[in-house]
Design a protein around this ligand. Structure first.
Ligand code: PBE
Length: 308
């Protein structure tokens, strides 16, 4: 499978500046098991330098997090530090190794919930929305011009356990191609439903746009391999979120399986929704929000404390 850069659209590199976790030294007291008091008693803000560990700047969860810092009094003076999904995961793992506090812009499905003991902070103001779905969007004209690919893409649909098994293998060091192939081999019934009623082709081109978030890397690779097995010449193009949406809306990419709705990509859907073909949900039961290690003595965004 080809993975290209789009020169006209500008691939956004995950520059991933490694951020350093503020050394907590002796101030760690209170995060140790048994020493923490009532919820909200520990001043995590001070320990964290009033910083939330974000991901790529274009992500919906980052935009929602920035809204949260404006809407919650408890987050006054806090900052969402953007980097990349990979850097966020590295920092989360490093904090957990040392049992230090950390707040990340998180989402599920995600392998981090299988690897670590984590919780979402309650969001009483509903800034992050509720239950999300991941939807598939195709370009206008794809159905007429490439009906076999359109049908497979339209029929692509799976569950949290499926995507998590691919993501977990990748996080354990497997190549995504290998992890996708393993899942496909073990789930031929599901794959047969996606290709049901379609015919194989001989090298017809199809281009899938995506963003390099763990979820989308997994889903796009699985769908890409299924299309390839059907005889398509598949190109997968990693882009910034907004660029992914505009690429499908403007017909530069054929489809994407990375639309998080109704809340996370609401602004992109508002802007491009009329110019794309909405093929419905490919996964339900998704969620975004602030995620923290379970050992942190806090349950809600409101339990945080504003910067002095
Ligand atoms: N995510 C993963 C994306 C959608 C998929 C939650 C990082 C976002 O926030 O836009």
């Amino acid at each position: 499978m080809k993975k290209v850069q789009w020169k006209h659209l500008g691939l956004v590199f995950a520059a991933a500046p490694m951020m350093f976790i503020a050394a907590c030294g002796d101030e760690e007291a209170g995060t140790e098991e048994g020493t923490a008091g009532e919820s909200g008693e520990v001043n995590y803000g001070e320990e964290l330098g009033y910083e939330i560990t974000g991901i790529e700047p274009g992500a919906g969860v980052v935009a929602a997090s920035e809204t949260a810092t404006e809407e919650y009094e408890s987050l006054e003076g806090w900052e969402v530090v953007t980097s990349s999904s990979g850097a966020m995961a590295t920092e989360l793992g490093a904090a957990i190794d040392k049992e230090e506090p950390i707040i990340v812009t998180g989402w599920s499905p995600h392998w981090k919930f299988q690897k670590y003991d984590l919780k979402y902070l309650e969001d009483p103001n509903g800034v992050f929305g509720g239950e999300e779905s991941i939807k598939t969007m195709a370009r206008k004209g794809l159905e007429e011009e490439n009906p076999e690919a359109f049908k497979v893409i339209d029929q692509f649909q799976w569950e949290t356990a499926d995507i998590e098994s691919v993501m977990l293998e990748v996080s354990d060091g497997a190549d995504v191609e290998e992890a996708a192939a393993t899942w496909i081999e073990a789930n031929s019934d599901k794959v047969a439903e996606w290709t049901d009623g379609t015919e194989a082709v001989d090298g017809m081109e199809i281009e899938l746009a995506y963003v390099e978030w763990d979820t989308e890397v997994a889903s796009t690779n699985v769908l890409g391999q299924v299309l390839e097995a059907q005889g398509f010449d598949v190109t997968m193009t990693p882009l910034d979120n907004a660029v992914m949406w505009s690429a499908v809306a403007e017909g530069q990419a054929d489809a994407m399986v990375a639309a998080w709705l109704p809340a996370t990509h609401a602004s992109q859907f508002e802007k491009y929704g009329e110019d794309v073909v909405d093929l419905g949900e490919n996964l339900t039961g998704a969620k975004v929000g602030f995620v923290v290690p379970s050992y942190m003595d806090i349950d809600s965004i409101e339990d945080l404390t504003p910067a002095e």
